[in-house]
Design a protein around this ligand. Structure first.
Ligand code: NAP
Length: 340
């Protein structure tokens, strides 16, 4: 049960706080709310997470015609609210997890206290590292075709990457752009067969194999105007820039879209006792559990899953985290209250 006190000195202690409002956080919220834990869901800088940036989700069970990513998230939030989950905007700057109750310091300056914590902060788009990207992100350079594709009617555009995200971006961009060129650093796609086939068979999509983006040209006034690409017959050309076989080419393009994967959002856990993998992913304990190396802290979704990263598996681990948190609270609440 939440301890209701709202003064600055003794802020409310929640039973469960869920950090992140993507599909993993929402699924955790539905389960925790139905268990009467009155969860607080903190919506960070990307409310609703990655699904809000995708088009149709075709592989989420129960929607034979597919469902829009944004719609799936909106429905999930409504479902969680129906059972009493509370949503609040807030980015966690630092977490203090050494003692109970845990304390979360928000960027706003507020502190939130909780007994159990579910980390469902997902992952954010990776950048390539090309020259000019810092200046031009948002000015013709984008990590989200569904958000920015419509600005590129009649343009020639590049999509960087060889996974499902890159194929999805490329296919979506064919609605607007004159030409779409996928630039991939190897000669083999990582994307699933179905997505790779759709992109390969599309008349408006071309592929540049063994090629990487070295520099982006343009300005915030003009937007993206061109790109310098490098190629090497063995792939990964930027790793062999001194090699005489590296081909450099400057081309004119009006837009560039990154689809090169995601990085887990665990910065706020770096100084805590929670174990993180070298990749930055939250480590969970061995076996079928969402428990982390800190008692009372659970992980769900892409932040703890470097392998599956599907909407349905994120929803699955979200529900597991809430069930694990509920069982943990049942076992530990009396002890925590005695200590307090
Ligand atoms: P991903 O599978 O990790 O693919 C990232 C791609 O970007 C790879 O081809 C990688 O090249 C390339 N890459 C990474 N860093 C790069 C760099 N610095 N410069 C150039 N290229 C770079 O990531 P994702 O495509 O975002 O997919 C993540 C997960 O979400 C997957 O499980 C995927 O199936 C799922 N997903 C599914 C759908 C769908 O079914 N509709 C849509 C989107 C995502 P290498 O191949 O050489 O490593």
């Amino acid at each position: 049960m939440n301890t209701d006190s709202t003064t600055a000195d003794t802020p409310t202690t929640r039973d469960v706080v869920i950090v992140g409002s993507g599909i993993a956080g929402l699924s955790a919220a539905v389960y925790a709310a139905r268990a009467d834990l009155e969860p607080l869901v903190l919506e960070g800088p990307e409310p609703g997470g990655q699904l809000t940036l995708t088009t149709d989700v075709e592989n989420y069970l129960g929607f034979p015609e597919g469902i829009g990513g944004m719609e799936l998230i909106q429905q999930g939030k409504a479902q969680a609210e129906r059972f009493g989950a509370e949503f609040r905007h807030g980015t966690v700057d630092a977490a203090h997890l050494e003692d109970q109750p845990f304390e979360l310091a928000l960027a706003s300056g507020d502190t939130i206290r909780t007994r159990a914590l579910i980390v469902a902060t997902g992952a954010s788009a990776r950048w390539v590292g090309a020259d000019g990207e810092d200046d031009l992100m948002g000015y013709g350079l984008s990590t989200c075709a569904t958000c920015d594709g419509a600005f590129h009617r009649g343009d020639d555009v590049l999509v960087i990457g060889g996974g499902d995200s890159a194929m999805e971006e490329a296919l979506f961009l064919t609605k607007f752009a004159d030409s779409v060129t996928v630039v991939h650093r190897r000669d083999e796609l990582r994307a699933s067969d179905i997505m790779a086939r759709r992109a390969r068979e599309h008349d408006a999509i071309e592929f540049r194999w063994n090629t990487e983006l070295l520099e982006i040209h343009g300005s915030q006034g003009t937007g993206v105007t061109g790109a310098t690409l490098v190629s090497h017959p063995d792939g990964h050309p930027t790793a062999t820039l001194d090699d005489h076989e590296v081909d450099r080419e400057r081309i004119d393009v009006g837009g560039i879209f990154y689809g090169v994967g995601h990085i887990p959002n665990t910065d706020f856990l770096e100084k805590t006792p929670v174990d993180l993998a070298d990749s930055g992913h939250l480590e969970t304990l061995e076996g079928m559990t969402t428990e982390t190396t800190v008692d009372g802290v659970f992980g769900a979704g892409d932040v703890m899953d470097p392998d599956y990263r599907q909407a349905i598996t994120s929803a699955g681990t979200g529900s597991m985290a809430a069930l694990d948190a509920e069982a943990w609270l049942e076992e530990h609440t009396a002890m925590i209250e005695l200590q307090a």
